[in-house]
Design a protein around this ligand. Structure first.
Ligand code: A3P
Length: 304
């Protein structure tokens, strides 16, 4: 594929995004994304976590890994959640010349993650009985989290931080990693309503309010429910996957970056709260996002 033929927009610093089938991606992701679309055939036992960036992916990776592997405490203490649960388009299908590294299904359900929008994965998911967990987060906190993340990334490249006004404008215009955010959420929201047995739609805010209830709900959805006498196990998972515990492990505190992403491992953990946007966004920006949210979500009965 000729990347230069794709529409492109400046993102931050000298980074730009290219548009493929209505969504915006970093140019180097386009080919691996195409490989996932063309070559990934999910097994019925596969579990795929789908998110937009900065909606709590790292958290849910550790939760799903723990649910499927039960005693995972030790693993979580020594491996970053992104190593335990690889992204399809970033790790598994990263190399064009090498066959993807897919674990043997005999070792239990394979757990992957992706940010690819449903609109591009329609065929892949519509013909599979695999389980999809979609996690989303309110747009204002997602934007503020992304802005912090990018500025950490930015630090070594350009002197000027990425302004929040510019980040807000890009986000509202849909020019965001794997965005437009609203289309990303709605694609999976509709799919979850159509195929609730295969697709579970979860919000960061609901998880934060009732992590215990959601660990149990996810266990049921994945076909490995917790028995009545396993309450302690549920509690352990909640605790081991909390931001306090996860971010205290050396592997997650590390300033080293992974082989596949140019940011330190600790960049995936910041506050992990809801409503942090109030400390950063202007009233004008809040209004602009709220209006968009009303137009795009509320009209379909999805409240944020
Ligand atoms: P904040 O920047 O608002 O703190 P992603 O994993 O999709 O990149 O999302 C990162 C966001 O999830 C960050 O949000 C990060 O702090 C938060 N996060 C990471 N681990 C978490 C956990 N265990 N519990 C709650 N939030 C967590």
């Amino acid at each position: 594929m000729d990347l230069s033929s794709l529409p492109r927009e400046k993102w931050w610093g000298d980074e730009y995004l290219v548009q493929l089938e209505g969504f915006w991606f970093r140019p180097q992701r386009v080919k691996p994304i195409k490989r996932v679309i063309n070559h990934y055939n999910p097994l019925p036992s596969d579990v795929i976590l789908v998110t937009s960036p900065k909606t709590g992916t790292t958290w849910l990776k550790s939760v799903l890994y723990s649910i499927l592997n039960r005693s995972s405490k030790h693993k979580l203490a020594v491996k970053h959640p992104h190593e335990l649960v690889p992204f399809l388009e970033v790790q598994v299908f990263a190399e064009a010349d090498e066959p993807p590294i897919l674990p043997a299904p005999s070792d239990g359900p394979r757990l992957f993650a992706t940010h690819i929008p449903y609109q591009l994965l329609t065929k892949t998911l519509d013909y599979s009985q695999c389980k999809v967990v979609y996690l989303t987060r309110n747009p204002k906190d997602t934007l503020v989290s992304l802005w912090h993340f990018v500025n950490k990334w930015n630090m070594e490249k350009v002197d000027q931080p990425w302004s929040l006004d510019e980040a807000t404008d890009k986000f509202c215009r849909g020019i965001s990693l794997y965005g437009p955010y609203y289309d990303h959420v709605l694609g999976y929201r509709e799919l979850s309503l159509k195929r609730p047995e295969n697709v579970l739609f979860v919000t960061f805010e609901d998880m934060l309010e009732d992590p215990h209830g959601y660990v149990k709900k996810l266990g049921e959805f994945l076909g490995c429910p917790f028995e009545k006498d396993e309450e302690d196990e549920v509690e352990e998972i909640v605790k081991n996957c909390s931001i306090e515990v996860l971010s205290s492990h050396d592997v997650n505190k590390s300033e080293e970056s992974t082989t596949w992403f140019p940011l330190p491992c600790n960049s995936f953990f910041r506050k992990g709260k809801t409503g942090d946007y109030k400390n950063y966004l202007s009233n004008e920006s809040i209004q602009r996002i709220d209006t968009l949210t009303k137009e795009r979500f509320h009209s379909l009965g999805f409240m944020y």
